[in-house]
Design a protein around this ligand. Structure first.
Ligand code: ZN
Length: 429
């Protein structure tokens, strides 16, 4: 029975692996599969959208999560990482890996991965976290993940951890704080590998990846404060940062675009003019009509109407082709070949890698990624499907109960009190 653990380390920039001599991660990548130029995120290179791209094999314009927090004009509400079940998943074509698995009777546990608490088609994985929190140590999550494999015959665990992103934002990617947290993570991975050896007989496929990179913020552009554009010419909902998105008031679209185009080193697009490679223009109910992008990596466009200071030393969100925005991908285990180097891969391929390992029929709408260039990363390539052919399975329509039966099993897991607390807390929001 194949098993797969996917660990996401938020904001782990690809070349941190070369910059720092991290003993365990270096050994891991040299023994297994590594992407020498990293893994390409989807655009915009933000956390929530990329975790959904990794989980669904879809571009942001197709799964609909276009930023960490955004306003949906059809639902009349703001959607963020803690939003639950209010229609943002109404598109039935969107299906995260853990739902594909659950529908096909492969048990999965999803810890702190964005959206893991959301119901899709009325189902959820066996174990999931209710709320995002950065209070739980990585080793505790590792203990629980190994416990689920060992005691609950779970075949898929997806585990999210918030570092090194947090230190990267506060101190910048080349800081000693980032270096320190990388070494802590490295020793946590050593702890994980020892547990896998001792408790799972080394019989576990492990993918360690990240959602995006990190770079220094070198300039903050404030179009309202600097009077390039009138605040009253656009509606209140604005996306800002490495991407600046506004909805002009009636009749002002051209004017707003021209105003933003006047900013040096900034390019302003109407949604339909966005470069196709970004795959970022379809969800018109979630995006404003005009997007402005800084031409220079590290330049931020702020929605501030004052000269207020900007605190983050590091950030991300820029062009997903930039080297600084590339994520990590390293993998090893019984399904993977040893000592394999690939140049790069797209994070939308991960969904298909996982489906292949776990012998799942992929969602036919997960068409952004594939295994076409990746067959040699696997030890055996007998059943690799290089197309997105969908073979209907009788199990795909069955509902998988996640509540009562698993509740008692959960009691043996140390994280249960925390999950219970988060669950109870969630009713107070
Ligand atoms: Zn971040």
């Amino acid at each position: 029975m194949p098993r797969l653990l996917i660990i996401s380390l938020d904001g782990f920039r690809h070349d941190y692996l070369n910059e720092h001599n991290l003993p365990t991660l270096n050994r891991f990548r040299n023994e297994g599969v590594q992407a020498t130029h990293g893994m390409r995120p989807t655009f915009t290179t933000m956390t929530f959208p990329n975790h959904i791209s990794i989980a669904t094999g879809m571009y942001q314009e197709d799964h609909g999560v276009i930023h960490n927090s955004f306003y949906d004009r059809l639902l009349n509400k703001t959607i963020g990482m803690s939003s639950r079940d209010d229609g943002q998943w109404s598109d039935p074509k969107v299906e995260p890996l853990w739902i594909t698995a659950t529908k096909q009777k492969v048990k999965s546990a999803v810890l702190f991965w964005p959206a893991c608490h959301n119901e899709f088609f009325g189902i959820r994985p066996v174990i999931y976290s209710w709320l995002y929190t950065d209070n739980i140590p990585f080793r505790e999550k590792i203990d629980n993940a190994i416990g689920y494999f060992r005691e609950l015959s779970v075949q898929l665990v997806m585990l999210y951890h918030f570092e090194p992103d947090k230190q990267g934002h506060t101190y910048g990617p080349h800081s000693s704080e980032v270096r320190d947290v990388l070494f802590r993570l490295d020793s946590d991975i050593e702890y994980l590998l020892n547990k896998v050896k001792n408790e799972l007989n080394d019989d576990l496929n492990i993918i360690i990846l990240s959602d995006h990179g990190m770079t220094n913020v070198t300039k903050v552009i404030r179009p309202f404060f600097e009077k390039y554009i009138n605040r009253s010419s656009v509606e209140s909902t604005i996306l800002s940062g490495a991407l600046f998105n506004v909805m002009p008031r009636n009749g002002l679209t051209e004017q707003v675009r021209n105003n933003l185009s006047n900013i040096p080193n900034v390019t302003a697009y109407k949604l339909d003019e966005m470069p196709k490679r970004f795959h970022y223009s379809k969800p018109k109910h979630r995006l404003g009509e005009i997007i402005a992008l800084p031409d220079v990596e590290g330049h931020i466009i702020s929605a501030a109407t004052t000269n207020a200071s900007y605190d983050n030393k590091g950030n991300h969100g820029w062009d997903n082709a930039l080297p600084s925005m590339q994520a990590i991908f390293i993998a090893r285990g019984p399904s993977f070949n040893e000592n394999v180097q690939i140049n790069s891969l797209n994070n939308v391929d991960i969904y298909h890698i996982a489906c292949y390992i776990l012998k799942l029929n992929p969602n036919p709408y997960a068409t952004a990624g594939s295994l076409v260039n990746l067959t040699h990363i696997f030890r055996s390539v007998e059943n690799v499907t290089t197309s997105n052919t969908f073979i209907p399975s009788s199990s795909t329509t069955e509902r998988f109960t996640t509540s009562m039966n698993n509740a008692c099993l959960l009691c043996s897991i140390r994280l249960f009190p925390v999950l219970l607390m988060l669950f109870l807390l969630s009713f107070t929001f």
